[in-house]
Design a protein around this ligand. Structure first.
Ligand code: SF4
Ligand code: SF4
Length: 497
Protein backbone atom coordinates (compact mmCIF):
# COMPACT_ATOMS: atom_id res chain seq x y z
CA UNK A 1 0.00 0.00 0.00
CA UNK A 2 1.42 3.36 -1.09
CA UNK A 3 -0.47 5.94 0.96
CA UNK A 4 -0.71 9.48 -0.46
CA UNK A 5 -2.59 12.57 0.59
CA UNK A 6 -4.95 14.49 -1.69
CA UNK A 7 -6.84 17.73 -1.16
CA UNK A 8 -10.32 16.90 -2.37
CA UNK A 9 -13.69 18.57 -2.61
CA UNK A 10 -17.44 18.12 -2.35
CA UNK A 11 -20.08 20.37 -3.94
CA UNK A 12 -23.61 19.92 -2.57
CA UNK A 13 -25.80 20.66 -5.59
CA UNK A 14 -29.10 21.12 -3.78
CA UNK A 15 -27.56 24.14 -2.09
CA UNK A 16 -26.27 25.94 -5.19
CA UNK A 17 -28.39 29.00 -6.06
CA UNK A 18 -26.61 29.75 -9.33
CA UNK A 19 -25.44 33.19 -8.24
CA UNK A 20 -22.02 32.91 -9.97
CA UNK A 21 -20.25 34.63 -7.07
CA UNK A 22 -17.68 31.82 -7.16
CA UNK A 23 -16.97 32.42 -10.86
CA UNK A 24 -16.56 36.15 -10.36
CA UNK A 25 -14.29 35.67 -7.32
CA UNK A 26 -12.04 33.39 -9.39
CA UNK A 27 -12.12 35.70 -12.40
CA UNK A 28 -11.07 38.69 -10.30
CA UNK A 29 -8.21 36.81 -8.66
CA UNK A 30 -6.81 34.76 -11.54
CA UNK A 31 -8.10 35.38 -15.06
CA UNK A 32 -8.65 39.10 -15.35
CA UNK A 33 -5.72 39.29 -17.77
CA UNK A 34 -4.98 39.65 -21.45
CA UNK A 35 -5.41 36.33 -23.22
CA UNK A 36 -7.45 34.93 -20.34
CA UNK A 37 -10.63 36.93 -20.94
CA UNK A 38 -12.61 33.93 -22.14
CA UNK A 39 -11.38 31.64 -19.32
CA UNK A 40 -13.57 30.70 -16.39
CA UNK A 41 -11.52 28.35 -14.22
CA UNK A 42 -14.67 28.21 -12.11
CA UNK A 43 -17.89 28.25 -14.09
CA UNK A 44 -21.48 27.47 -13.18
CA UNK A 45 -23.73 25.89 -15.75
CA UNK A 46 -27.39 25.02 -15.75
CA UNK A 47 -28.38 21.39 -16.38
CA UNK A 48 -29.84 19.95 -18.48
CA UNK A 49 -27.97 22.14 -20.91
CA UNK A 50 -24.85 22.29 -23.00
CA UNK A 51 -22.50 24.12 -20.61
CA UNK A 52 -19.14 25.77 -21.21
CA UNK A 53 -17.47 25.20 -23.61
CA UNK A 54 -20.60 24.22 -25.51
CA UNK A 55 -21.25 20.51 -25.36
CA UNK A 56 -18.07 19.79 -23.35
CA UNK A 57 -19.52 16.43 -22.29
CA UNK A 58 -19.68 15.22 -25.89
CA UNK A 59 -16.46 13.21 -26.20
CA UNK A 60 -17.32 12.14 -29.74
CA UNK A 61 -16.50 15.77 -30.56
CA UNK A 62 -13.78 16.67 -28.03
CA UNK A 63 -12.21 13.26 -27.35
CA UNK A 64 -11.05 13.96 -23.81
CA UNK A 65 -10.09 11.43 -21.12
CA UNK A 66 -9.01 7.81 -21.34
CA UNK A 67 -10.48 4.83 -23.15
CA UNK A 68 -10.23 1.34 -21.76
CA UNK A 69 -8.49 -0.98 -24.21
CA UNK A 70 -7.57 -4.62 -23.88
CA UNK A 71 -4.00 -3.82 -22.97
CA UNK A 72 -4.71 -0.87 -20.69
CA UNK A 73 -5.79 2.74 -20.86
CA UNK A 74 -5.30 4.98 -23.85
CA UNK A 75 -5.86 8.70 -24.21
CA UNK A 76 -8.83 9.19 -26.52
CA UNK A 77 -7.22 11.84 -28.71
CA UNK A 78 -3.56 12.25 -27.95
CA UNK A 79 -1.48 9.13 -28.51
CA UNK A 80 2.07 9.45 -29.86
CA UNK A 81 0.98 8.97 -33.47
CA UNK A 82 -2.30 10.87 -33.24
CA UNK A 83 -0.54 13.65 -31.36
CA UNK A 84 2.03 14.07 -34.13
CA UNK A 85 -0.70 14.06 -36.79
CA UNK A 86 -2.69 16.79 -35.07
CA UNK A 87 0.11 19.22 -34.24
CA UNK A 88 -0.88 21.65 -36.98
CA UNK A 89 -4.60 21.04 -37.01
CA UNK A 90 -6.40 19.40 -34.13
CA UNK A 91 -10.06 18.77 -35.05
CA UNK A 92 -10.92 18.01 -31.41
CA UNK A 93 -9.59 21.26 -30.03
CA UNK A 94 -12.30 23.64 -28.80
CA UNK A 95 -12.26 26.93 -30.72
CA UNK A 96 -13.25 30.35 -29.40
CA UNK A 97 -16.83 29.93 -30.67
CA UNK A 98 -17.17 26.82 -28.50
CA UNK A 99 -16.37 29.03 -25.49
CA UNK A 100 -17.60 32.49 -26.53
CA UNK A 101 -16.01 35.66 -27.86
CA UNK A 102 -15.28 37.66 -24.72
CA UNK A 103 -16.75 41.16 -24.69
CA UNK A 104 -16.98 44.33 -22.70
CA UNK A 105 -19.03 47.47 -23.30
CA UNK A 106 -18.06 50.88 -24.57
CA UNK A 107 -18.91 52.61 -21.30
CA UNK A 108 -16.92 55.69 -22.21
CA UNK A 109 -19.54 56.54 -24.81
CA UNK A 110 -22.00 57.13 -21.98
CA UNK A 111 -19.82 60.08 -20.93
CA UNK A 112 -18.47 61.28 -24.25
CA UNK A 113 -21.49 61.00 -26.59
CA UNK A 114 -22.61 64.22 -28.21
CA UNK A 115 -25.85 65.72 -27.05
CA UNK A 116 -28.75 64.28 -29.04
CA UNK A 117 -32.37 63.24 -29.01
CA UNK A 118 -31.59 59.69 -27.83
CA UNK A 119 -29.93 58.29 -24.75
CA UNK A 120 -26.30 57.28 -25.43
CA UNK A 121 -25.67 53.54 -25.25
CA UNK A 122 -22.69 51.34 -24.40
CA UNK A 123 -22.21 49.00 -27.34
CA UNK A 124 -20.59 45.60 -26.89
CA UNK A 125 -16.94 45.50 -27.90
CA UNK A 126 -14.85 42.36 -28.51
CA UNK A 127 -12.06 41.93 -25.96
CA UNK A 128 -10.03 40.15 -28.62
CA UNK A 129 -10.30 42.50 -31.61
CA UNK A 130 -11.36 45.68 -29.77
CA UNK A 131 -14.08 46.15 -32.42
CA UNK A 132 -17.85 46.46 -31.92
CA UNK A 133 -19.56 43.07 -32.07
CA UNK A 134 -22.91 41.36 -31.75
CA UNK A 135 -23.08 39.13 -28.68
CA UNK A 136 -24.10 35.64 -29.76
CA UNK A 137 -23.09 33.54 -26.76
CA UNK A 138 -21.54 33.72 -23.31
CA UNK A 139 -20.05 31.46 -20.65
CA UNK A 140 -23.46 30.85 -19.08
CA UNK A 141 -25.55 31.49 -22.15
CA UNK A 142 -28.20 28.91 -21.31
CA UNK A 143 -28.36 30.03 -17.68
CA UNK A 144 -31.79 29.33 -16.22
CA UNK A 145 -33.12 28.45 -19.67
CA UNK A 146 -31.28 25.17 -19.75
CA UNK A 147 -34.29 23.12 -18.75
CA UNK A 148 -36.16 24.33 -21.82
CA UNK A 149 -36.28 22.25 -24.94
CA UNK A 150 -34.21 24.73 -26.92
CA UNK A 151 -31.06 24.08 -24.84
CA UNK A 152 -31.69 20.93 -22.85
CA UNK A 153 -32.35 18.88 -25.96
CA UNK A 154 -28.64 19.15 -26.85
CA UNK A 155 -27.41 17.89 -23.46
CA UNK A 156 -25.33 14.74 -24.18
CA UNK A 157 -26.55 13.15 -20.93
CA UNK A 158 -30.02 12.82 -22.41
CA UNK A 159 -28.73 10.38 -25.04
CA UNK A 160 -29.74 7.31 -23.04
CA UNK A 161 -33.01 8.72 -21.74
CA UNK A 162 -36.06 7.15 -23.39
CA UNK A 163 -37.98 9.23 -25.93
CA UNK A 164 -41.03 9.15 -23.65
CA UNK A 165 -39.16 10.47 -20.64
CA UNK A 166 -37.49 13.08 -22.76
CA UNK A 167 -40.82 14.30 -24.09
CA UNK A 168 -42.24 14.44 -20.57
CA UNK A 169 -39.19 16.38 -19.43
CA UNK A 170 -40.06 19.23 -21.76
CA UNK A 171 -43.68 19.56 -20.65
CA UNK A 172 -43.89 23.16 -19.63
CA UNK A 173 -45.30 22.20 -16.20
CA UNK A 174 -42.41 19.84 -15.54
CA UNK A 175 -39.49 22.00 -16.70
CA UNK A 176 -36.68 21.53 -14.25
CA UNK A 177 -33.04 22.47 -13.91
CA UNK A 178 -30.21 22.60 -11.43
CA UNK A 179 -26.85 24.32 -11.27
CA UNK A 180 -23.54 22.59 -11.79
CA UNK A 181 -20.50 24.57 -10.61
CA UNK A 182 -17.29 23.22 -12.09
CA UNK A 183 -13.58 23.65 -11.44
CA UNK A 184 -10.59 21.43 -12.22
CA UNK A 185 -11.12 18.10 -10.44
CA UNK A 186 -7.42 17.71 -9.51
CA UNK A 187 -7.77 14.12 -10.69
CA UNK A 188 -5.80 11.19 -9.32
CA UNK A 189 -5.14 9.99 -12.87
CA UNK A 190 -5.11 13.29 -14.77
CA UNK A 191 -5.27 12.94 -18.54
CA UNK A 192 -3.94 16.49 -18.90
CA UNK A 193 -0.71 15.36 -17.21
CA UNK A 194 -0.53 12.19 -19.28
CA UNK A 195 -0.98 14.11 -22.54
CA UNK A 196 1.65 16.83 -22.05
CA UNK A 197 4.77 16.03 -24.12
CA UNK A 198 6.78 18.74 -22.31
CA UNK A 199 6.18 17.50 -18.77
CA UNK A 200 4.77 20.92 -17.91
CA UNK A 201 1.82 19.50 -16.01
CA UNK A 202 2.40 17.70 -12.75
CA UNK A 203 0.62 16.58 -9.61
CA UNK A 204 2.04 18.07 -6.43
CA UNK A 205 3.40 15.36 -4.19
CA UNK A 206 2.18 16.62 -0.85
CA UNK A 207 -1.44 17.39 -1.68
CA UNK A 208 -2.18 16.21 -5.22
CA UNK A 209 -2.99 19.64 -6.66
CA UNK A 210 -2.49 19.51 -10.45
CA UNK A 211 -0.33 22.40 -11.62
CA UNK A 212 1.07 23.63 -14.92
CA UNK A 213 4.62 24.91 -15.10
CA UNK A 214 4.50 27.91 -17.44
CA UNK A 215 8.27 27.78 -18.00
CA UNK A 216 8.01 24.28 -19.45
CA UNK A 217 4.81 24.72 -21.47
CA UNK A 218 5.59 24.59 -25.20
CA UNK A 219 2.05 25.35 -26.42
CA UNK A 220 1.30 21.82 -27.66
CA UNK A 221 -2.20 22.30 -26.17
CA UNK A 222 -2.67 18.54 -25.85
CA UNK A 223 -3.78 19.12 -22.27
CA UNK A 224 -6.77 21.12 -23.50
CA UNK A 225 -7.87 18.26 -25.73
CA UNK A 226 -7.09 15.53 -23.19
CA UNK A 227 -9.03 17.00 -20.26
CA UNK A 228 -12.56 15.59 -20.57
CA UNK A 229 -13.84 18.44 -18.37
CA UNK A 230 -12.20 21.11 -20.53
CA UNK A 231 -10.52 22.65 -17.51
CA UNK A 232 -7.21 23.56 -19.08
CA UNK A 233 -7.21 26.64 -21.29
CA UNK A 234 -4.84 28.15 -23.82
CA UNK A 235 -3.83 31.78 -23.34
CA UNK A 236 -3.68 33.25 -26.85
CA UNK A 237 -1.57 36.18 -25.65
CA UNK A 238 1.20 34.38 -23.73
CA UNK A 239 1.11 31.22 -25.86
CA UNK A 240 0.93 29.06 -22.71
CA UNK A 241 -1.75 26.83 -21.25
CA UNK A 242 -3.29 27.62 -17.86
CA UNK A 243 -5.61 26.00 -15.37
CA UNK A 244 -7.15 26.18 -11.91
CA UNK A 245 -4.47 25.96 -9.23
CA UNK A 246 -6.94 25.45 -6.37
CA UNK A 247 -5.66 28.77 -4.99
CA UNK A 248 -2.65 26.93 -3.55
CA UNK A 249 -1.09 30.16 -2.24
CA UNK A 250 -4.26 30.67 -0.21
CA UNK A 251 -4.28 27.04 0.97
CA UNK A 252 -0.67 27.32 2.05
CA UNK A 253 -1.62 30.20 4.31
CA UNK A 254 -4.62 28.37 5.76
CA UNK A 255 -7.31 30.05 3.65
CA UNK A 256 -9.97 28.39 1.50
CA UNK A 257 -9.73 28.85 -2.29
CA UNK A 258 -11.45 32.06 -3.46
CA UNK A 259 -14.42 30.26 -5.03
CA UNK A 260 -14.95 28.21 -1.84
CA UNK A 261 -14.55 31.19 0.46
CA UNK A 262 -17.01 33.34 -1.48
CA UNK A 263 -19.68 30.67 -2.08
CA UNK A 264 -22.97 32.19 -1.06
CA UNK A 265 -24.85 28.91 -0.87
CA UNK A 266 -22.13 27.32 1.29
CA UNK A 267 -22.27 24.34 -1.02
CA UNK A 268 -18.51 23.70 -0.97
CA UNK A 269 -16.47 21.46 1.27
CA UNK A 270 -12.74 20.87 1.23
CA UNK A 271 -10.61 18.34 3.05
CA UNK A 272 -7.71 15.93 2.84
CA UNK A 273 -8.18 12.26 1.98
CA UNK A 274 -5.62 9.47 2.08
CA UNK A 275 -5.58 7.06 -0.86
CA UNK A 276 -3.66 4.06 -2.13
CA UNK A 277 -1.56 5.10 -5.14
CA UNK A 278 -0.67 1.44 -5.83
CA UNK A 279 -4.25 0.78 -6.96
CA UNK A 280 -4.76 3.72 -9.31
CA UNK A 281 -3.97 1.79 -12.48
CA UNK A 282 -6.21 -1.12 -11.54
CA UNK A 283 -9.12 1.10 -10.45
CA UNK A 284 -8.95 3.30 -13.54
CA UNK A 285 -9.48 0.18 -15.67
CA UNK A 286 -12.61 -1.00 -13.88
CA UNK A 287 -15.72 -1.55 -16.00
CA UNK A 288 -18.03 1.49 -16.13
CA UNK A 289 -20.74 -0.13 -14.04
CA UNK A 290 -18.42 -0.50 -11.04
CA UNK A 291 -16.25 2.56 -11.54
CA UNK A 292 -17.80 4.78 -8.88
CA UNK A 293 -17.46 2.13 -6.19
CA UNK A 294 -13.94 1.31 -7.37
CA UNK A 295 -12.91 4.95 -7.18
CA UNK A 296 -14.32 5.23 -3.69
CA UNK A 297 -12.42 2.11 -2.67
CA UNK A 298 -9.15 3.96 -3.38
CA UNK A 299 -9.82 6.27 -0.45
CA UNK A 300 -8.48 4.84 2.77
CA UNK A 301 -9.84 4.96 6.31
CA UNK A 302 -7.70 7.64 8.01
CA UNK A 303 -8.38 6.05 11.42
CA UNK A 304 -7.13 2.59 10.41
CA UNK A 305 -3.84 1.96 12.30
CA UNK A 306 -2.29 0.23 9.27
CA UNK A 307 -3.17 3.17 7.00
CA UNK A 308 -1.72 5.57 9.58
CA UNK A 309 1.49 3.54 9.85
CA UNK A 310 1.90 3.35 6.07
CA UNK A 311 1.11 7.05 5.73
CA UNK A 312 3.80 7.92 8.27
CA UNK A 313 6.28 5.64 6.56
CA UNK A 314 5.57 7.58 3.34
CA UNK A 315 6.43 10.83 5.09
CA UNK A 316 2.88 12.10 5.65
CA UNK A 317 2.99 14.15 8.82
CA UNK A 318 0.80 13.66 11.89
CA UNK A 319 -1.08 16.90 11.40
CA UNK A 320 -1.96 16.01 7.79
CA UNK A 321 -3.27 12.62 9.01
CA UNK A 322 -5.25 14.40 11.73
CA UNK A 323 -6.67 16.72 9.10
CA UNK A 324 -7.73 13.70 6.98
CA UNK A 325 -9.52 12.30 10.04
CA UNK A 326 -11.62 15.47 10.23
CA UNK A 327 -12.22 15.68 6.48
CA UNK A 328 -15.81 16.57 5.48
CA UNK A 329 -15.04 15.02 2.08
CA UNK A 330 -14.41 11.63 3.71
CA UNK A 331 -17.79 11.92 5.45
CA UNK A 332 -19.78 12.71 2.31
CA UNK A 333 -17.95 10.37 -0.06
CA UNK A 334 -17.11 7.32 2.04
CA UNK A 335 -19.02 7.30 5.31
CA UNK A 336 -22.36 8.44 3.94
CA UNK A 337 -22.05 7.54 0.22
CA UNK A 338 -23.75 10.80 -0.71
CA UNK A 339 -21.14 12.42 -2.97
CA UNK A 340 -20.22 11.03 -6.39
CA UNK A 341 -17.59 11.82 -9.03
CA UNK A 342 -18.66 13.62 -12.20
CA UNK A 343 -18.30 11.50 -15.36
CA UNK A 344 -16.13 8.84 -13.79
CA UNK A 345 -16.25 6.98 -17.12
CA UNK A 346 -13.40 9.14 -18.42
CA UNK A 347 -11.17 7.35 -15.91
CA UNK A 348 -9.23 10.37 -14.71
CA UNK A 349 -10.44 9.65 -11.15
CA UNK A 350 -11.71 13.17 -10.40
CA UNK A 351 -11.34 14.27 -6.78
CA UNK A 352 -14.22 16.73 -6.80
CA UNK A 353 -17.39 14.91 -5.75
CA UNK A 354 -20.98 16.07 -6.10
CA UNK A 355 -23.98 15.43 -3.89
CA UNK A 356 -26.63 14.95 -6.61
CA UNK A 357 -29.62 17.26 -6.22
CA UNK A 358 -33.04 16.11 -5.13
CA UNK A 359 -34.42 19.13 -6.99
CA UNK A 360 -37.69 20.62 -5.82
CA UNK A 361 -38.93 18.46 -2.97
CA UNK A 362 -42.63 19.14 -3.09
CA UNK A 363 -45.49 17.72 -1.10
CA UNK A 364 -47.63 15.35 -3.17
CA UNK A 365 -51.38 15.08 -2.86
CA UNK A 366 -52.60 11.56 -2.28
CA UNK A 367 -55.46 9.93 -4.22
CA UNK A 368 -58.15 11.60 -2.11
CA UNK A 369 -56.75 15.02 -3.09
CA UNK A 370 -55.36 15.81 0.35
CA UNK A 371 -51.85 16.10 1.68
CA UNK A 372 -51.22 12.95 3.62
CA UNK A 373 -48.02 13.37 5.63
CA UNK A 374 -48.13 9.75 6.71
CA UNK A 375 -47.82 8.52 3.10
CA UNK A 376 -44.32 7.25 2.18
CA UNK A 377 -44.42 9.29 -1.05
CA UNK A 378 -45.56 12.50 0.64
CA UNK A 379 -42.32 14.25 -0.44
CA UNK A 380 -42.26 12.52 -3.81
CA UNK A 381 -40.41 9.39 -4.85
CA UNK A 382 -37.08 8.87 -6.52
CA UNK A 383 -38.79 6.80 -9.23
CA UNK A 384 -40.95 9.72 -10.24
CA UNK A 385 -38.03 12.05 -10.26
CA UNK A 386 -38.55 15.05 -12.54
CA UNK A 387 -35.15 14.45 -14.10
CA UNK A 388 -34.96 10.79 -15.12
CA UNK A 389 -32.61 8.75 -12.93
CA UNK A 390 -30.78 7.63 -16.07
CA UNK A 391 -29.90 11.26 -16.75
CA UNK A 392 -28.37 11.68 -13.29
CA UNK A 393 -26.63 8.31 -13.63
CA UNK A 394 -25.03 9.48 -16.86
CA UNK A 395 -23.45 12.37 -14.95
CA UNK A 396 -22.75 10.91 -11.52
CA UNK A 397 -22.80 7.12 -11.85
CA UNK A 398 -20.82 6.37 -15.04
CA UNK A 399 -24.18 5.10 -16.35
CA UNK A 400 -25.00 3.06 -13.23
CA UNK A 401 -28.16 4.22 -11.45
CA UNK A 402 -27.41 2.40 -8.18
CA UNK A 403 -25.01 4.88 -6.50
CA UNK A 404 -27.19 7.82 -7.54
CA UNK A 405 -30.36 6.14 -6.29
CA UNK A 406 -28.64 5.37 -2.97
CA UNK A 407 -27.51 8.99 -2.52
CA UNK A 408 -30.90 10.47 -3.43
CA UNK A 409 -32.86 8.01 -1.32
CA UNK A 410 -30.73 8.71 1.73
CA UNK A 411 -31.08 12.46 1.30
CA UNK A 412 -34.84 12.13 0.99
CA UNK A 413 -35.00 9.95 4.10
CA UNK A 414 -33.02 12.58 6.03
CA UNK A 415 -35.56 15.18 4.94
CA UNK A 416 -38.46 13.05 6.26
CA UNK A 417 -36.55 12.53 9.47
CA UNK A 418 -35.83 16.22 9.98
CA UNK A 419 -39.43 17.12 9.18
CA UNK A 420 -40.57 14.61 11.80
CA UNK A 421 -38.18 16.22 14.29
CA UNK A 422 -39.01 19.85 13.53
CA UNK A 423 -42.74 19.88 12.65
CA UNK A 424 -43.89 16.58 14.12
CA UNK A 425 -46.44 16.02 11.33
CA UNK A 426 -44.65 12.88 10.14
CA UNK A 427 -44.80 10.00 12.63
CA UNK A 428 -41.35 9.40 14.12
CA UNK A 429 -41.64 5.62 13.54
CA UNK A 430 -42.30 6.23 9.84
CA UNK A 431 -39.30 8.58 9.56
CA UNK A 432 -37.07 6.07 11.38
CA UNK A 433 -38.26 3.26 9.09
CA UNK A 434 -37.55 5.31 5.96
CA UNK A 435 -34.10 6.12 7.31
CA UNK A 436 -33.42 2.44 7.97
CA UNK A 437 -34.60 1.45 4.48
CA UNK A 438 -32.20 4.07 3.05
CA UNK A 439 -29.28 2.59 5.03
CA UNK A 440 -29.06 5.41 7.56
CA UNK A 441 -29.36 5.74 11.32
CA UNK A 442 -30.85 8.70 13.25
CA UNK A 443 -27.35 9.57 14.52
CA UNK A 444 -25.98 9.59 10.99
CA UNK A 445 -28.97 11.64 9.79
CA UNK A 446 -28.17 14.23 12.48
CA UNK A 447 -24.55 14.39 11.34
CA UNK A 448 -25.61 14.73 7.68
CA UNK A 449 -28.08 17.47 8.63
CA UNK A 450 -25.46 19.33 10.64
CA UNK A 451 -22.73 19.26 7.99
CA UNK A 452 -25.22 20.07 5.21
CA UNK A 453 -27.22 22.81 6.86
CA UNK A 454 -25.42 24.22 9.88
CA UNK A 455 -21.70 23.64 9.52
CA UNK A 456 -19.52 26.69 10.18
CA UNK A 457 -16.48 27.64 8.09
CA UNK A 458 -13.99 25.46 9.97
CA UNK A 459 -16.10 22.33 9.52
CA UNK A 460 -16.67 22.93 5.82
CA UNK A 461 -13.03 23.69 5.07
CA UNK A 462 -10.63 21.49 6.95
CA UNK A 463 -7.52 22.91 5.37
CA UNK A 464 -4.51 20.71 5.93
CA UNK A 465 -1.34 22.26 7.28
CA UNK A 466 1.10 22.66 4.41
CA UNK A 467 4.67 21.47 4.73
CA UNK A 468 6.38 23.19 1.87
CA UNK A 469 9.80 22.40 3.32
CA UNK A 470 9.14 18.70 2.76
CA UNK A 471 7.44 19.25 -0.56
CA UNK A 472 10.55 20.80 -2.09
CA UNK A 473 12.39 17.52 -1.49
CA UNK A 474 9.70 15.62 -3.35
CA UNK A 475 10.41 17.29 -6.65
CA UNK A 476 13.43 15.10 -7.35
CA UNK A 477 12.14 11.75 -8.46
CA UNK A 478 9.27 11.40 -10.96
CA UNK A 479 6.91 8.52 -10.34
CA UNK A 480 6.96 7.25 -13.91
CA UNK A 481 8.98 4.44 -12.33
CA UNK A 482 5.60 3.13 -11.20
CA UNK A 483 4.99 2.43 -14.88
CA UNK A 484 1.73 4.34 -15.25
CA UNK A 485 2.00 7.23 -17.61
CA UNK A 486 -1.19 8.86 -16.43
CA UNK A 487 -0.09 9.45 -12.89
CA UNK A 488 2.59 12.05 -13.28
CA UNK A 489 2.83 12.40 -9.52
CA UNK A 490 6.12 12.70 -7.74
CA UNK A 491 7.52 10.13 -5.42
CA UNK A 492 7.75 11.01 -1.78
CA UNK A 493 11.18 10.07 -0.37
CA UNK A 494 11.45 7.86 2.70
CA UNK A 495 11.60 9.89 5.84
CA UNK A 496 15.19 10.52 6.77
CA UNK A 497 16.42 9.07 3.46
S1 SF4 B 1 -7.78 16.12 -16.42
FE1 SF4 B 1 -8.46 16.43 -14.30
S2 SF4 B 1 -6.69 17.42 -13.33
FE2 SF4 B 1 -6.40 17.68 -15.53
S3 SF4 B 1 -7.33 19.70 -16.00
FE3 SF4 B 1 -8.88 18.10 -16.36
S4 SF4 B 1 -10.04 18.03 -14.46
FE4 SF4 B 1 -8.10 19.07 -13.99
S1 SF4 C 1 -21.13 30.92 -5.25
FE1 SF4 C 1 -21.85 28.92 -4.50
S2 SF4 C 1 -24.09 29.10 -4.61
FE2 SF4 C 1 -23.29 30.74 -5.92
S3 SF4 C 1 -23.17 29.77 -7.97
FE3 SF4 C 1 -21.16 29.47 -7.00
S4 SF4 C 1 -21.29 27.40 -6.11
FE4 SF4 C 1 -23.42 28.09 -6.50
Amino acid sequence: MDVRAQVSMVFHLDKCIGCHTCSVACKNVWTDRRGAEYMWWNNVETKPGTGYPTGWEDQSKYKGGFEKKEDGLELRAVGKVRGALTVFHNPNFPVIDDYYEPFTFDYQNLFDAKEGADQPIARPVSMITGKPMEIESGPNWDDDLAGSKHYAAHDPNLANVSAEEREALFDIERLVFFYLPRICNHCLNPSCVAACPSGALYKRGEDGIVLLNQERCRAWRFCVTACPYKKTYFNWSTGKSEKCILCYPRLESGQAPACFHSCVGRIRYLGMVLYDADRIEQVAQTEDHDLVDAQRSLILDPNDPKVIADAKRNGISDDVIASAQRSPVYRYVIEWGLALPLHAEHRTLPMLFYVPPLLPVMAQKSENGHYDTTHDDFLGSIDQYRLPLQYMASMFGAGNEAPVRYALRKQLAVRYYRRAVTTGDIPQEQADRLLKEAGCTPEEADRIYHLTALAPFDDRFVIPPMHREEAIEMLDEPLEAKGFAGMGIRKRPERGA
